[in-house]
Design a protein around this ligand. Sequence first.
Ligand code: G6P
Length: 365
Amino acid sequence: DAAEKGGYDHYMLKEIFEQPTALRQAIAGRIDPIEGRVELEGLSIPDGFLEGVDEIQFVACGTSYHACLYAKQLMEEFADVRATVEFASEYAVGSGRNPERTLVVGVSQSGETADTLRALRMASRVGIRTLGVTNTVGSTMARECDDALYIRAGPEIGVAATKTFASQVIVLAMFALTVADVRGELDPRAARKLLENLQDLPGAVQSVLDNNDAIEEVADAYAGGEAFFFIGRRLGGPVALEGALKLKEISYDHAEGFPAGELKHGPLALVTEETPVLAILTDGTRPDETRNNVKEVQSRGAPVITLAAEGYQSDDEVGFDVPDLGLLEPLVANVYLQLFAYHVADSKGRAIDRPRNLAKSVTVE
Ligand code: G6P
């Protein structure tokens, strides 16, 4: 067991540290940053179908759902096509949709989550084309969908998903560029920038991992919080949700994530000196506006930890630097949140790889 964990105390920590490798595998042979083009192998979706598609519906659960929330924004930004995200367990085929002009994209690390499979089968039954994005070759999802796209993250053992989140997002980002290209919406400059950012992402994630000791110190200092709030706007929203999910899954602390603008519409009532707030202040997250929210919670005495890109840091607060990486900066911030959750849980002696009541893959609806 110890050997399988490669010297780490937990699979989760090992998998957090495997992210640079996982990310390199996800892009290997798939991108050409000079031309600004993507080549995703094995997709049989006809160009004519993608040109005519009115709506791309993402369905997923848990961490995969958060990856879809991120991808939806990239899809709309790059391909200018309507994209929606639904919890797979809530999916229903709407009456107003034209099945011939709809693509359902199921996203699942395991490819075996019952809720997600059910949503895909429902779509299939009414003639909607399906694409499965998964980590698991030969999984039910890969076999049943019209097309499968692999994230190539390698096996993930820890119940709480970690490395697969970033891999899902970037594979979906590459798919967004593919859709944009086919639909004649590709902005070559923006595409080249995103692809350069994709190439630089593994190194940026490594720089976060190199900060692990400092994150552990901060996590130990704040682990006694009564509750934890995670805020971010736009692409920071899904990461705020994911940061909160990670913490609650493995530390059993109460944690909530929400778009920073929603703070004043309710959650602010819960903010006290005992509730650390973790804020994402990077490109793609409207950091100036979130900075105002940070001030609001600071004035109520809440301890704040920022994950901030250059220009958005402040000397008088606890913070970690996010390297310059455009629209992928929130993904890098997420790695800090994974380590934060890990160390809070570890300081409490939790069963990190097998949290109570949870399963790696939920095969019942
Ligand atoms: C379970 C796991 C989560 C995971 C979710 C979706 O609830 O505990 O970590 O995010 O299933 O799993 P999937 O394999 O479909 O991505």
